[in-house]
Design a protein around this ligand. Structure first.
Ligand code: HPA
Length: 250
């Protein structure tokens, strides 16, 4: 049986890396979508080889709409990844997901446009319509939920991730629409990342970090406070590291 290689695609909260002593993974000099946003790093958790990529690149230089999604997923597959844990911040729409909470969504709605969103750009690549009924790998999701339980880090199981274009945050009216249509959280990067991972044949699940109430949701109706976003990030990142470590080792 071929061994699983877990890759972490991280965003905010992992600016200082993941594991100590990671080194750069070997990649082909030329890849069809060019270089990934950051070097792909490799390291070990126990006996397992793991990979790490910073979605926004070093110094957070790619905004969500400009991330080289296809290049990122292509590079991870070239480096041997079989499974992807994606970590991203979200604004909470559901009351069940207060800032500071971690969620593992089970579906998504893609409201992005104009992004590097497929390996099948045509005509020379041919055409492929991957099944995307369930955008997140249910197997991998369950592994994360089990790991969270074992690591005693509370997570919300399920919820629809609504992916907006950004980089601006939403208006209160936009968030009301998302809420009425069943969205539980809003983020800017799971699309097209999840779809390209599917095209790459990689299992993909997402850990969403609730860092704020989406616009207009909190009772106070105050504008979003970026200082408090930073503080809850640090707490949640520690929980996420523990969940992933437990999942890889189990
Ligand atoms: N909206 C979209 N993406 C986000 C938010 C938000 O409120 N918070 C963190 N990522």
């Amino acid at each position: 049986m071929s061994e699983r290689v877990f890759a972490l695609i991280a965003g905010s909260g992992f600016e200082n890396g993941w594991l100590p002593g990671m080194s750069e993974a070997a990649l082909p000099r030329e890849m069809p979508f060019g270089a990934p946003a950051s070097p792909v790093l490799e390291g070990r958790i126990g006996d397992h080889r793991v990979l790490f990529l910073q979605r926004h690149g070093e110094n957070h230089r790619y905004p969500p709409h400009a991330i080289p999604y296809a290049a990122n997923l292509w590079a991870l597959r070239e480096a041997g990844a079989t499974d992807v844990f994606a970590v991203g911040t979200v604004g909470a729409v559901s009351e069940a997901l207060p800032p500071g909470a971690i969620c593992i969504p089970d579906d998504l709605v893609d409201r992005t446009w104009g992004r590097q969103s497929t390996f099948y750009t045509g005509p020379e690549t041919g055409v492929q319509h991957v099944d995307f009924t369930h955008p997140f790998s249910e197997g991998l999701r369950q592994e994360l939920i089990k790991a969270a339980l074992a690591a005693e880090v509370p997570v919300m199981d399920g919820g629809v991730y609504w992916c907006t274009q950004g980089p601006r945050l939403e208006t209160a009216a936009e968030v009301r629409v998302v809420s009425q249509l069943g969205g539980a959280m809003i983020g800017m990067t799971a699309c097209p990342e999840a779809a390209v991972a599917r095209e790459a044949g990689l299992r993909y699940a997402l850990l969403g970090l609730s860092v704020n109430w989406a616009a207009g949701i909190s009772d106070s109706k105050e504008s979003i406070d970026f200082e408090s976003i930073k503080e809850s990030m640090e707490r949640m990142t520690a929980g996420v590291r523990e969940i992933i470590r437990t999942a890889v080792l189990s």
